[in-house]
Design a protein around this ligand. Sequence first.
Ligand SMILES: *Cc1c(COP(=O)(O)O)cnc(C)c1O
Length: 369
Amino acid sequence: MTMTRDPYLLTPGPLTTSLRTRQSMLRDWGSWDSDFNAITGRIRERLLQIAHAAGTHECVPLQGSGTFAVEAAIGTLVPRTGHVLVPQNGAYCQRIARICRVLGRQLSTLDYAEDAPVAAGDIARALAADPSITHVALVHCETSTGILNPLAEIAAAVAAAGRELIVDAMSSFGALDIDARAIPFAAVVAASGKCLEGPPGMGFVLARRAALERSGGVSASLAMDLHDQWLYMQKTTQWRFTPPTHVVAAFDSAIAQYLEEGGCPARRARYERNCDILIEGLTRQGLRSFLPAAIQAPIIVTFYAPDHPQYSFKSFYNAVKAEGYILYPGKLTTVETFRVGCMGQLGERGMVGAVEAVGKVLAQLRAAA
Ligand SMILES: *Cc1c(COP(=O)(O)O)cnc(C)c1O
């Protein structure tokens, strides 16, 4: 088959963006320009509104991929004498633990199997047992499997123990509701190129104002210092260092489209529909998803690899790519899997097409036996 369009990215960022989003990158902006700085201001405001956090939190954008923003949040908001508890049920949790080690923050982990959600009761017990823990760093949707951790319950347990919560909501923000009026958090971290469907290139941290205000001088990095970035932005409306101007303009457009679509409920409904089509369709093709439905977030789905002696992810990937769809490798250490993202501008027709493409490749694989 010859492709007449770019392949759809069934990957959890970068993902398929709309033509309108891509077209908004066709203009060059000066970083001092007041029109550009108005865009930055609008993005910051709207991101706070999406989390109902306008009165309580500040939005600090940061250049780079999502991990840069997670590292900046920990390096800025956790005091150097702080102690971070990281519940772990996947690779992104492990990445946070590694960030804590690299930054020299005291770290404790709470280890789970990759198909077990973090339990609020375990967090409450761990906090009660160790009064030196100051922060809990939680991954909301663990993208390495697609498992959903119960944010509201965990946030309540952390607040009840008088500790602070930092949430890596990278792959959930905008699609799964995070309401700062109901969920206490010191920081929620996400990025442009995930469920808000912008291009990758900037992260952002929604930080409780009081926590941010007392974080001056904590960061051991200049470029990753959120307090400094925030102060400078408040003072000048500009980014401290060169902003990813095209990404910022396209992210602004993506957020406008998000609001036009109906915000979080609409985005969630679209992804849930994608997820249903995907799981139903691939189950019909004889594949099995890794997680039970009750803990599956409608963001990305892990499937067991086809049980076939000739299967290799690389050739499977290439064959599905030739049909116009880009899959994502699995990230489990113990079983062979692959992943399919539900996010991005593809919708029902794109998802049905993806299921058909995988079905066709599976049929070829089985016929080759
Ligand atoms: C995408 C993602 C990140 C950030 O990854 P980058 O490669 O740095 O963009 C962090 N946490 C989660 C849960 C993610 O899905």
